[in-house]
Design a protein around this ligand. Sequence first.
Ligand code: ADP
Length: 610
Amino acid sequence: MSSGSSTPEATTPIPTLPETHSGIPPYLLPKATRAKEAVFSGRTKPAKPRSREVPVVPQGVSRDQFLEALEELKRELGEENVEVNDKPLKDGWYMEHPNTHDMMTILDEEEFVAGAVAYPGNTDEVVKMVKWANRWLVPIFPISMGRNLGYGGAAPRVRGSVTVDLGRRMNKILDINPQDYTCLVEPGVSFYGLYEELGRRGLREHMWVDTPDLGGGSIIGNTVDRGVGYTPYGDHWACHSGLEVVLPTGEVIRTGMGALTEGGENTWGVFPYGFGPYSDGIFSQSNFGIVTKMGMTLMPNPGGHESFMYTFPKEEDLGPLMEIIRPLRISTILENVAQLRHVTQTIAAAGLPKSHFFSGSGTIPPEIIHSAAAASPVGDHTWAYYGMSYGPPHIRSYKLAIIDAEFSKIPGCRKIDPSTLPEDEYFWSRDRIASGTPDIHELRWVNWAPNGAHIAFSPVSPIRSADATKLFQLGKRIHEKYGIDFMPAFIVGLREMHLIVEIVFDRDDREEKERALECLRDMVDEAAREGYGEYRTHLVLMDQVAGTYGWGGGALGRFNERLKDALDPNGILAPGRCGIWGERYRGRGWEMGRGSEGGSEGDGVGGRVL
Ligand code: ADP
C-alpha cells in the first residue's frame, strides 16, 4: 500500500479566498495546510480507474440522447460551463472537495455519482437548466458548495444526474446592511467568505456571522439543509429571511418581502413572512426548488464574550446534567447552541489515528481513552461541556455564577481554566466559532481511521435525563454489537437537543463500511420505535428516515408526493432527496433500505408527465 502523502495531490497549494469562492481564508491557511497533511498521511486508498461505464447515464434516457442533451446544454451555458464526468473520481479533502460524488461514500463509490456537472451563472441560466432538464427528462441535483460531508457531500441521489453547481459562478454577497444586521447572498457564499467580507468592510467588530463547526459550507446550502451554528443565533433556518427560488418547471418566485412588486429589497432581510402562506418551509430539506438568493440575519456584537468549559467524570452524569442544562438553556442563561461531548470524541479530535493509541482489534478500550484524557491538558473526564457567555463583564458574571452553581452540583465537576490550555486545544476552536470566527479544526477526528470518512446518526430528543440516557444506551449497545467506536456529542438547541453520533470508517474497507451502515440502520429503526426521529440525514438513509415519519399511515409522505407531483411533474429535480420521489420514479424500487445496499437504483422510470 502506498502512502497518499507522496501523491502530487497531497502537496498542491490549497486554494484561498478570494482567488476562488470555495477557498480557505488566508488566516486559516497554516492550519488548513496542517490539516491537509494529516488527511493525506492517513490515506492509503489508491486512485482507481472508473469501474463502470462513463459517463454514467441516468435511467430513462439513452447514452446518445444524454450526450446530445449535454451538447445542447453547452450551447445554452457555454462550453466551459458543462463538464462531463468521465474522469477518475478524485476524493480530495475538505478544502478541495469533488462535486461529482460523495468523497466519503459508504457504498461503492460509483453509486451516488453524477453524469455531468454544470455551472449556471445567474438565475436566468438556472431557469434554462431546469427547462433543459424537463425537455430531456434528465434528473438534476443542485448544490451550493457541495461540502455537506457526512450527509452525502455533493453527490446526487440518482446515478447519472447532472449536478447544478451553483456556487462556482453565483457567489456574490449582494448586500450587507449594518443598520439592520442583515445580508443577501447567492449560493456560493461560504461562512468563510462572509466573514472575510465583513473584515474588508470594517464591520467585524460591529456584527457576527453565525458559523457552524466548519466554515467552508455555503450559507444557503447549510441553511436549506437546516444546519446550526454556535452563536446565540444558532438555528440557521430560523434566522433566514426570504428566498428567491427557481421552481422545477422554470418559474421564478420570491418569498417574504422580496415578493413585493416594487422595492422588495428594502425589507427583504427584516421580515421573513410577507403576506399569505409562509412557503419557505417547502424549500428546505426537499426537492421542490432551487434557491438562488437568500436573506440572512447577522448578529450584533454583544460587547464581550467568554468561553467556558466544564468536565464531568462519569457516564452516568449524563442524566443529572440534562436536568441542569434544560432550564438553563430554555431560559437562555446558557446562551448558545452548546455541546456536551463524550471523551472518545475529544481524544479523536486530537487528530491522531486510532492506531496511535491502540493496536488491538475491535473498539478502543475505555481505559485507554481515559489514560489519554488524563495525559491531555484537560485531564480525565467522560463529558465535556463547551459554552459561551455573552455581553459586558457584569452581565456575564451574573450568568456564569448561576451556571457554576448548577454544574457544580455534579460530584467531580471541574471548571477548566482556559489559561492552562495550549493554543491548539479544541477549546479555542469552540471559542472562535461561538464568537463568529469560522475555523477548520473540527475535521480532525476523521483521521481516526485510515482513509477516514464519516456519516452521522442525528436523532432529536427533549433535553431530559430519561431521553438522553435512553439514546446514549441505544447508541452504545448498537455500536458494541458492530464493533464500532462510539463518539457521541449532544448538541443542545433551545428546547431540544440532537444527539450527533459520527461513525468514522475507512472508506476503502468494504466490510467496515457494511458494518457502519448496518449499525446506522439499526439505530435509526430502534430510535424511531422509541419516538426519536432524525433531524437530517445522509442520502443512503433518506428513504428509511422519511419512513419513520409515518404517522397517519404515511400521511406526511403522501402530502410531500402531492406537492412534488404538482411542482415537478416530470420529477427532474433531485429525485429521492429526503425520501421524496416524483411519480415517474415511484413504485419502481428506487427507495433504499436494509438489503438494498448493493445498489441505489430502481428499475427504470416512467414516461413524460408534462
Ligand atoms: P454546503 O453548502 O454546506 O456545502 P451543499 O451545497 O452540499 O451544502 O448542500 C446541502 C444540501 O442542500 C444538498 O443536498 C443540496 O441538494 C441542497 N442544496 C444546496 N444548495 C441548494 C440550493 N441553492 N437550492 C436547493 N437546494 C440546495
